[in-house]
Every structure is written in C-alpha cells, then in structure tokens.
Design a protein around this ligand. Structure first.
Ligand SMILES: [Zn+2]
Ligand SMILES: [Zn+2]
Length: 331
C-alpha cells in the first residue's frame, strides 16, 4: 500500500513527506483495519511535519481519515467489514485516570494521537482502536466526511467551551477548515457570527456562508461579542480578540501550538472575561458533533489533492490559502 511518511521534521517548503510502498498492518484484537478513501489535512499535521509538535518518527501523519472497515480484530464488537467509518485525532486514552473516569479523556496524560504516536491516514490503509472509531454520518462522501473528524469535532468543542448561547454574538478569528465548519453549527444555533481574518478569500467565503460581518482582527465590527474562538496559531490575536469581548465573555483558543501571547493591559481581561485553551476532544464531542453534522447537514468546502501531493496540500494549509479543507483522496 502507498503511504506518505515523515522521516524527519523539516519546513513544509522542503517537502518532508516521502511516498513509500508498505505492507498494510493487521488489526490487533481491539483494533480494526480500514481501507482509507480520504484523509483531510489539519494544521496540526503541519506542526508535526515541521517539528513544532514532536511525533514518533518515522510516522504516517493524518488524523481525519474516512473509509471502510477491511478487517475486524478478535475482541471488537459493534463493527463489521464494509462499515463506513472515520478516525480522528484521539487514538487512545488510559480509561483509568481521574480524567478518563469523569468523561474528560481528552485531558488524559496517557492519551495517544493518530498520526503522531501511531500511523495515521495519509495512506491507503491504517489500523485504529475500535473505541475511537466513528461511524460516518449518512449522506456524506468520504471526502466530505473527513474534515468533520478533527476540524469539525474540535471546532464544536471550542464552540461549547466558549460558552456561546443560542442567538448570541460570536467571533471567529481565522477562517480555515475548522472555522468554516463551526460557523455552520453557530448559524444552526441562530448566532450572529463575526469573522476576523486577513485573507480576502476567507472573508468572502464567510459572508457567503452567513456571517453578518467579516474584516481584520484590528477592525471594529461595531458590536461587542458574547464569546469568541481563535483558530489561528498567532498569539498576537489573543489581546485583539479580548478587546472585542463583552463583559463575562470567554475566548476559547483552538490551537495545539501557538506563538507567544504578547503582554496586555489587565483592563482587557477585567469584567470577568476569560481566556481558555481547548485540548483534543472527548468521545462525546465526536458523537454529538457527527449527529449534528448529519441533521443540519454540515457541508465542508473541500480542495482535493492526490495522496502523492500531500506536501503541497500541507503547504497550502500552512499558507492558509485553502478555501475550506484540504483533503487527500487516497484511492
Ligand atoms: Zn487536527
Ligand atoms: Zn486516562
């Protein structure tokens, strides 16, 4: 099977992923093997390829894989060959620690991650632990479903942690793969959505999708926000976003890696404003979001790349030049 493998981290411009022909792995007793049909690209894949997020090397990156079950391990229940499934960022959690026992397995210190600690979906085949495999929603092709699996699920968690209420004023800072899915949930909740991004193409997409306003991070949208989520890995956005928040508002940071946050006046945080980070996702986030995606239904804008062109796809994500989500079509 073909796989795009990261042997050594390097800037995306140096094309660190290389095509390899590999033996597909057999599933362990608690695992399934999957014929991958599509795998979406996440900014985290760029951070892994460039070494900002350390990974086990060599590694096959990719943690938004959609396809069909090829083989089922001996102890797996609830899945059969041919089932349409997806795999996201969480690959395992210990199941025993205080976090795992209280439904916060996203915080488990022993958690492992797809495409960082075990081989992921930039390949024709992969294996995954069955408790972290999701059934794909009905009515979605593999390419349409793939971006839901991290961009969608963790975007949904970010909305939840921002505390946005139905009908509230929501700010989205950055408008890549995750934000363009989150806006569809926010609009379903009848929120007014304000989008802050440097990219003119992203502003146009946001307005077309239903944002009431789109502009730059330093522009004044003329209203204070009840909550905001920042999706861009730029720490300088944090004080800018806080300055747009109403009293009592929360800024949720959806980023695994971020440049340093510049210092700012206490007044920007005063008035019970809060800044909080978002880490990974729980199984419940995934189940809730995928049900929501099927009901709304959420439509991902996708830009397709061949598996062999993974370096180009990751470079596009790094430059934020993709409208919607970059997806590798793996077969
Ligand atoms: Zn991701
Ligand atoms: Zn745990």
């Amino acid at each position: 099977m073909k796989a795009m493998v990261l042997g050594r981290a390097a800037p995306m411009e140096a094309k660190p992923l290389a095509l390899e022909d590999r033996q597909g792995a057999e599933p362990g007793p608690d695992e399934v093997s999957i014929d991958v049909e599509a795998c979406a690209v996440c900014r985290t894949d760029v951070h892994i390829a460039e070494g900002d997020v350390p990974a086990r090397l060599p590694i096959v990156p990719g943690h938004q894989a959609a396809g069909r079950i090829a083989r089922v391990g001996a102890r797996v229940e609830g899945f059969e060959e041919g089932d349409r499934v997806g795999v996201g960022w969480m690959a395992s959690a210990c199941g025993l620690c205080g976090f795992c026992r209280t439904g916060r397995e996203n915080l488990c210190e022993e958690a492992t991650f797809t495409g960082r600690d075990r081989d992921g979906g930039f390949a024709e085949k992969m294996t995954a632990r069955s408790e972290w495999v999701y059934r794909l929603p009905e009515g979605f092709s593999a390419a349409e479903a793939a971006p839901l699996l991290c961009a969608g699920i963790i975007g949904y968690r970010s909305l939840r942690l921002s505390g946005i209420e139905p009908g509230g004023k929501l700010g989205l800072f950055g408008f890549g793969a995750s934000a363009h899915l989150a806006i569809q949930v926010a609009l379903d909740w009848r929120c007014e959505v304000f989008v802050f991004t440097r990219q003119q193409g992203h502003r146009e997409l946001a307005l077309r999708m239903g944002a009431v306003w789109a502009g730059g991070a330093e522009d004044d949208p003329g209203a204070l926000l009840d909550a905001a989520v920042t999706f861009a890995p730029a720490g300088a956005l944090v004080p800018s976003a806080l300055a747009r928040l109403s009293r009592g508002g929360t800024l949720a940071i959806n980023a695994i890696h971020m440049s340093p946050i510049p210092s700012f006046e206490y007044e920007k945080l005063a008035g019970e404003r809060a800044v909080r980070s978002v880490m990974n996702s729980t199984r419940r986030d995934g189940d809730e979001f995928l049900a929501l995606a099927e009901r709304i239904p959420i439509r991902a804008a996708t830009e397709l790349f061949r598996l062999e062109d993974a370096n180009a796809a990751l470079l596009s994500v790094k430059k934020a030049s993709v409208r919607g989500a970059a997806v590798l079509a793996t077969r």
